[in-house]
Design a protein around this ligand. Structure first.
Ligand code: F6P
Length: 341
């Protein structure tokens, strides 16, 4: 069998570990050949390929990013996109696809399997918001980076008696903010699932100063005030209809300064959370996902995705991952609230 592999959406630490495991087991145990599709769905759509075999995956386990490149190209939005992918696969002699991506990339994989293209999925996102899997690889790395940043912010906040705000990623789900905020001992954590009351935030800030410590706020980019709107970078949308987020941290700092008269500053972690080498946890999870994804190809389990449930890797229907997002439950947020203020 000749298998095409692609990585779509935002890059994520662990993508290369998946590619390596898919190719290593595919070649050595199953005798498969591989074709690397470049830049997400743009690859099969435009016939952009690269050689992909054991020599190409040597040494990539600890490397961030993806050797295949990525994009947010959406073939469903392109006239005749699905047919073009089918034609290109036929011309290249590609029998099946392994699609590694988040909600958008796997949504396209779902549409392709419905159109008769043999495909399996591997869930990826630092946001950890895909249903049917307990964790996605990349999340642990993002939380580790954000926790280290919060640890460092504490010392400056205390030395200068300032409010320091750390803005982390998390478009619809506040998992990164919740975990890094808890691990880093943030005094306030704001997530998209629970719109915040600015008066309450100010009260927590004041109470922290009363105890002679400086407040650290960890805010997800998708968090929003109770009576306000989502703060976006600009009005442009990507091919999947998403706005560019970021700005809530700066907005919050201005509001808090105005109300408390104390200096508030924001650090936006941005792509630092997504770049660089994966943690050991993410390397192991990504490797196990890759090994099991190529086993699913071998079993012709088309339309499935590998997932982590407890400590087991299982197969679930692709739709199970993309139907509804896995957001932070209220009780998990309430646990973190024990440390607010
Ligand atoms: O989906 C992962 C993610 O990191 C989100 O948290 C974030 O909103 C988005 O990607 C940013 O994507 P880009 O780098 O393409 O702007």
């Amino acid at each position: 069998m000749r298998v095409g592999v692609l990585t779509g959406g935002g890059d994520c630490p662990g993508l290369n570990a998946v590619i390596r495991a898919v190719v290593r087991r595919g070649v050595t145990e199953y005798g498969f050949e591989f074709v690397g599709f470049r830049d997400g769905w743009k690859g099969p759509l435009e016939g952009l390929t690269m050689e992909l075999g054991i020599p190409q995956v040597r040494g990539i386990l600890p490397r961030g990013g993806t050797i295949l490149g990525s994009s947010r190209t959406n073939p469903i939005k392109v006239e005749g996109g699905i047919e073009r992918i089918k034609d290109n696969m036929k011309a290249l002699g590609v029998d099946a696809l392994v699609a590694i991506g988040g909600e958008d990339t796997l949504g396209v994989a779902t549409a392709l399997t419905e159109a008769g293209v043999p495909a399996v999925g591997v869930p990826k996102t630092i946001d950890n918001d895909l249903s049917a899997t307990d964790y996605t690889f990349g999340f642990d790395t993002a939380v580790t980076v954000a926790t280290e940043a919060i640890d460092r912010l504490h010392t400056t906040a205390e030395s200068h008696h300032r409010i320091l705000i750390c803005e982390v990623m998390g478009r619809h789900a506040g998992w990164i903010a919740l975990h890094s905020g808890m691990a880093g001992g943030a005094n306030i954590i704001l997530i998209p699932e629970v719109p915040f009351d600015l008066d309450q935030v100010v009260e927590w800030v004041e109470s922290r100063f009363r105890s002679h410590y400086a407040p650290i706020i960890c805010v997800a980019e998708g968090a929003l005030p109770k009576d306000g709107d989502l703060i976006t970078k600009d009005a442009t949308l990507d091919a999947f209809g998403h706005v560019k987020l970021s700005g809530i941290g700066e907005w919050l700092a201005a509001q808090i300064e105005e109300r408390t008269g104390k200096e508030a500053r924001t650090t936006v972690l941005g792509h630092i959370q997504r770049g660089g080498s994966p943690t050991a946890f993410d390397r192991v999870l990504a490797t196990r996902f890759g090994l099991n994804a190529i086993a699913a190809v071998k079993d012709e389990a088309w339309g499935t995705m590998v997932a982590l449930q407890g400590t087991d890797i299982v197969r679930v229907p692709l739709q199970a991952a993309t139907g509804t997002l896995k957001t932070v439950p209220t009780e998990r947020y309430e646990e973190a609230m024990a440390f607010f203020g």
